[in-house]
Write a protein that binds this ligand. Structure first.
Ligand SMILES: Nc1ncnc2c1ncn2[C@@H]1O[C@H](COP(=O)(O)OP(=O)(O)OP(=O)(O)O)[C@@H](O)[C@H]1O
Ligand SMILES: [Mg+2]
Length: 219
């Protein structure tokens, strides 16, 4: 079941400079949101706060499964993942990079292997699975990042500029993987992008971060 999250009166201040000012917004379960706005407006900051990697200066953020509010515990943290543009690749095979997220979640060997192969297939990296991941091209590394994020079947998936600085072919593979998850409606997805056309292709709703505030653009 996908998670919904509600941010209430959220503010973030860095060194007395206000980045996000008293924002409230609800991300509904199973929907796809594209967060847009100029460089430095606070998109990555918002994603880090929503993924519990950073605390807001004030305000709150609540997570729900249906009507049940979820406690801030390891279980909740393991239901969500934030994929950053510069993902940390482990110095081992592509397959082991994908399997890692499931190993720490204590699944059986066979289900770890099967789920990892499926995730690699989805991003077109099956033929690279035995290769050292550090040798992948930057576009392939991005796809590996998507596979690592997807394999854990997150109920809240956050992607910070998932296709920045990669070519059209890699972008299409990443976008189609995102659209596959969207189809299943098993995850709530929040991604940031600078491309309006990408936002329109992928998202149900576009959220703008501008002048420290959030606003929604319906279409
Ligand atoms: N850890 C930090 N300490 C101090 N300032 C920070 C920190 N993180 C972000 N900032 C500042 O907060 C503002 C928002 O940064 P953020 O990275 O969230 O923007 P962004 O919208 O993701 O930009 P971009 O489109 O360039 O990725 C910027 O002015 C940035 O310098
Ligand atoms: Mg950013």
């Amino acid at each position: 079941m996908p998670i919904s999250l509600r941010i209430s009166g959220l503010s973030k201040v860095y060194n007395s400079s206000v980045v996000i000012d008293n924002c409230s917004y609800t991300f509904q379960a199973g929907s796809v949101y594209a967060v847009m706005g100029p460089n430095g407006c606070g998109k990555s900051t918002l994603l880090r706060i929503c993924s519990l990697l950073e605390s807001p200066t004030s305000g709150s953020i609540s997570y729900y499964a249906g009507d049940n509010e979820l406690a801030y515990d390891m279980r909740l943290r393991r239901m969500m993942t934030l994929l950053l543009p510069d993902i940390g690749i482990f110095n081992t095979t592509v397959l082991k990079n994908v399997e890692y997220g499931l190993k720490i979640r204590g699944l059986s060997r066979k289900s770890i292997y099967d789920a990892s192969c499926e995730a690699l297939e989805l991003v077109g990296l099956t033929h690279k699975m035995s290769q050292n991941a550090l040798l992948l091209s930057s576009g392939q590394k991005r796809r590996l990042g998507i596979a690592r994020a997807l394999v854990i079947k997150p109920r809240l998936l956050m992607l910070d500029e998932p296709t920045s600085a990669i070519d059209v072919e890699n972008t299409e593979i990443v976008e189609s993987a995102i659209l596959r998850i969207k189809q299943e409606r098993s995850s709530t997805i929040i991604l940031s992008t600078h491309e309006r056309t990408q936002a329109d292709r992928l998202a149900d709703k576009v959220v703008f971060v501008e002048n420290k505030r959030l606003s929604q653009d319906g279409f």
